[in-house]
Design a protein around this ligand. Structure first.
Ligand code: XUL
Ligand code: CO
Length: 440
């Protein structure tokens, strides 16, 4: 089999001074940081769809990236060529995991039986490659948003037939995830939402989504899936309003429908910012609820109002992400999936490889700097002291629930003029972050 990336060598760490574009400047897979090799902090994953399928098209025209990999598109030969290319790229980059949608792997056939047969064939081929390389599956999912049958959603559709079609796809995608040893299974509700409330019964639709997820959990567990189910929140795009708006909304949803034992969050940076939050915010909300499951590592563009899925280069954001991940003690079945694509004008295969290098280096820096922030201790210490008034006296009674409203009111009457809370010191703390990031 011929190489797809003949000009790309195995990417090695050469350090920040290296001028070689095909080298890591910061990512050192085996370097131990806070007790774990870098690669185990991350479990970096390749996204099948962006990396091996999409040619870079946008609403105004086709993309310029050639993803034929020497085969005729929409054939099984092409599906296999994508597997070859994907495994070659992962091996060269030292990326040890991949994530996939069912329909990233094979072209969809006229009926589901034939699509499933194709999926059996390609997954046999992938398994061979996985055995030969040691590369693993981070998570699988079903594409229930591209085909026009899902115009009104999958779990949220108005059509019982479409709902059953979605069920069939989920069942097969779970079979594949188990066959490939995936650690997780993702629900991203691309079209689970609405365009107008004039034609939509929100409660009905949410109940149906929850039921579909329950059936997926029951089936998954029955075939031996021991990993996590993930919801990947996103507020909009393609729908005007999506039900899994952000982490807080999705966590409330899984709790309301009794799915919280099986589900965690897969937080995507660009989705969090579309929801009007920072990436760090949705990570914190997930972590404090014990639901930080996995991460779709990318970056948006704050000047654009859509999901640009850029390879991350913002070291501040990556640092604050890793700060949350380290403080949460890592992720059990999760990893860092580069749900990211090179910009449309960067249309060569080398550009994609360099996108991965950029993303891995950015997160490696983020990890090193987050560890340094924790070691520095000034942020932690400030937060600890900020709430000190709750450690003793009336504050302690609030925390241990031993005071009631009357007691607090009586206490307040002894205070005289209203008390001030103490400075939040944001500017000082931001300068601490700068000093740790750039102080050498
Ligand atoms: C879309 C998106 C998806 C999910 C998987 O915005 O992020 O690719 O990650 O369906
Ligand atoms: Co994503």
């Amino acid at each position: 089999m011929s190489e797809q990336f003949p000009n790309i060598p195995k990417i090695a760490y050469e350090g920040p001074q290296s001028a070689n574009p095909n080298s890591f400047k910061f990512y050192q897979a085996d370097k131990v940081v806070m007790g774990k090799p870098m690669k185990d902090h991350f479990r970096f994953a390749l996204s099948w769809w962006h990396t091996l399928c999409s040619g870079g098209q946008d609403m105004f025209g086709p993309g310029g990236a050639d993803k034929s990999f020497g085969a005729e598109p929409d054939t099984m030969a092409h599906a296999k060529a994508k597997v070859d290319a994907g495994f070659e790229m992962m091996t060269k980059l030292g990326v040890e995991y991949f994530c996939f949608h069912d329909l990233d792997l094979v072209p969809e056939a006229a009926d589901i039986q034939e699509t499933n047969r194709r999926l059996d064939e390609i997954s046999d081929y992938m398994l061979e490659k996985m055995k030969a390389t040691g590369i693993k599956c981070l998570w699988g999912t079903a594409n229930m948003f591209s085909n026009p049958r899902f115009a009104n959603g999958a779990g949220s559709t108005n059509s019982a037939d479409v709902y059953c079609f979605a069920a069939a796809q989920i069942k097969k995608a779970l079979d594949l995830t188990v066959k490939l040893g995936g650690l997780g299974y993702v629900f991203w509700g691309g079209r689970e939402g609405y365009e107008t409330l004039l034609n939509t019964d929100v409660k009905f639709e949410q109940e149906n989504i929850a039921r579909l997820m329950r059936m997926a959990v029951d089936y998954g567990r029955s075939i031996g899936f021991k990993g996590d189910f993930f919801i990947e929140p996103k507020p909009k795009e393609p729908m005007k309003h999506q039900y899994d708006f952000d982490a807080a909304t999705a966590i409330a949803f899984v709790r309301q429908y009794g799915l919280d034992k099986d589900f965690k969050m897969n937080i995507e940076a660009n989705h969090a910012t579309l929801a009007g939050h920072t990436f760090q915010h949705d990570l914190r909300i997930s972590a404090m609820n014990g639901m930080l499951g996995s991460i779709d590592a990318n970056q948006g563009d704050l000047l654009l109002g859509w999901d640009t899925d850029e390879f991350p280069y913002d070291v501040y954001e990556a640092t604050l992400c890793m700060y949350e991940v380290l403080k949460a003690g890592g992720m059990t079945n999760g990893g860092f999936n580069f749900d990211a694509k090179a910009r449309r004008p960067s249309y060569t295969l080398e550009d994609i490889v360099q996108g991965y290098i950029l993303g891995m280096d950015t997160f490696a820096l983020g990890l090193l700097k987050a560890a340094a922030l924790i070691e520095d201790g000034r942020l932690d210490q400030f937060v600890e002291e900020r709430y000190a008034s709750f450690k003793t006296g009336i504050g302690a009674k609030i925390r241990d629930h031993s005071a009631d409203l009357k007691e607090l009111a009586a206490y307040a009457e002894t205070l005289g003029a209203p008390a001030r809370p103490g400075s939040g010191k944001q500017e000082y703390l931001e300068s601490v972050v700068n000093a740790v990031l750039f102080g050498g």
